[in-house]
Design a protein around this ligand. Structure first.
Ligand SMILES: *Cc1c(COP(=O)(O)O)cnc(C)c1O
Length: 393
């Protein structure tokens, strides 16, 4: 189909929930994508932080081809080697104790919230079920994860919510403490707030918060849906922040492009959920698990993580070296980068021009261009992205 034919059908048959860019991709390789016209783009998005190993990764396609011929699905009522292997790898890479596999970030967060509430009810009885999240957070699109999201713009149209979340000001421990009541069971956060603008939490705040939570037996719930699986140069970002959460949610990059989510629990919560108390038809599906095994093997290697850090530095320094008066600041960790614009009203035209020059980027918050390139992006692709960006900035 031509681009116009695709756009026409989308307009007619697909719900209009996305403001799409005027491009249809037909294939990709590494961090490069090609559209219907054969034009190439450097992909600084990897989906939205999904294709950690890039497009058409030979290890990934080989593992999927193999699994595809064995079976694509059997239910969680049976054991599979591919699932337990992924779970073991994830526990080894994270230091967590057990895993529940889901299919998406929001679902992983739902599982995390359910585990936290059940832990509290088991230990303290019913009613201790409120969760504190941070302002400017993003936790997903289901009804409960929308409520957990600390941004007013997400708290409309789909009411009623349960009213069981409180919102603390980031990096202000006193404010968070003032929200704790006898009914609080957990604190949930992103160590780098992605969707709202790539805001890195202050590591001292995170450490003090973790200590406070431990003291009060409030579970620390770490949403690593975006920051996880190597994005920051650590397998999970908490390993860089020097804290140990009680529960971690993971998704986006975990399946390397296939839907995979995970709830990882530490020792405190390893036995909280029992048979029949949580589940998912598609969770741990063999294709996603085959992909996850390759992703975890690749990304958990120390040399791979060091390279992510190196590439993050290269891209960040390259952008700073553009000396553009349009850019106020470049922030982030590893390959999770926020380019903060001086004039937010210029953002959509800048993003459009970047796309014209063949660079795909994301946005975040009101004034940020967000870069989440494939972790395997090459030096050549970084150089090419920078020279295309130089023309726009
Ligand atoms: C993307 C994201 C989610 C939601 O993930 P889905 O797979 O879209 O449900 C949740 N939390 C964070 C931090 C995210 O970046």
């Amino acid at each position: 189909m031509t681009f116009e034919e695709i756009r026409e059908k989308d307009d007619r048959y697909v719900m209009h929930t996305y403001a799409r860019f005027p491009v249809a991709f037909v294939r990709g390789k590494g961090a490069t994508l090609w559209d219907t016209e054969g034009k190439d783009y450097i992909d600084l998005t990897s989906g939205i932080g999904v294709n950690a190993l890039g497009h058409d990764n030979p290890l990934l396609t080989a593992a999927l081809e193999k699994q595809m011929h064995l079976f694509m699905h059997v239910s969680n009522l049976y054991y599979t080697e591919v699932c337990v292997t992924a779970a073991e790898k994830l526990c080894r890479a994270s230091g967590m104790s057990r895993v529940f596999f889901a299919n998406s970030g929001a679902e992983a967060n739902e599982g995390m919230i359910k585990t936290a509430r059940k832990y509290s009810e088991d230990r303290y009885g019913a009613g201790r079920n409120r969760i504190i999240t941070l302002r400017d957070s993003f936790h997903g699109r289901t009804v409960t994860t929308l409520e957990a999201t600390g941004q007013d713009q997400f708290h409309q149209y789909f009411l009623p919510f349960t009213g069981a979340f409180d919102y603390a000001v980031p990096n202000d421990l006193e404010n968070l403490k003032s929200l704790v009541t006898k009914d609080t069971c957990a604190v949930m956060l992103e160590l780098i707030q992605g969707e709202s603008g790539v805001h890195v939490l202050d590591p001292d705040y995170v450490k003090a918060l973790a200590a406070f939570c431990r003291e009060k037996d409030l579970l620390l719930l770490d949403d690593e849906v975006q920051t996880g699986v190597g994005r920051t140069g650590a397998f999970y970002a908490y390993q860089k922040f020097g804290v140990t959460p009680d529960i971690v949610s993971s998704a986006k990059a975990l399946g390397g492009g296939l839907p995979a989510g995970a709830v990882l629990v530490g020792e405190k919560c390893r036995d909280v959920l029992g048979p029949g108390q949580h589940g998912s038809t598609f969770g741990a599906n063999p294709m996603s698990m085959a992909a996850a095994n390759v992703v975890i093997d690749t990304v958990s290697r120390p040399d791979f993580l060091a390279a992510v850090e190196e590439k993050g530095k290269k891209l960040t320094e390259g952008i700073l070296t553009l000396h553009s008066d349009k850019i106020a600041e470049v922030r982030g960790i590893g390959l999770m980068i926020g380019v903060v614009l001086r004039d937010p009203s210029e953002r959509s035209s800048l993003v459009g021009k970047l796309l014209e020059k063949g660079v795909c980027v994301l946005t975040a918050g009101a004034d940020v261009i967000r870069l989440l390139p494939p972790l395997v992006i090459t030096d050549g692709e970084i150089a090419s992205a920078l020279s295309r960006m130089a023309e726009v900035f």
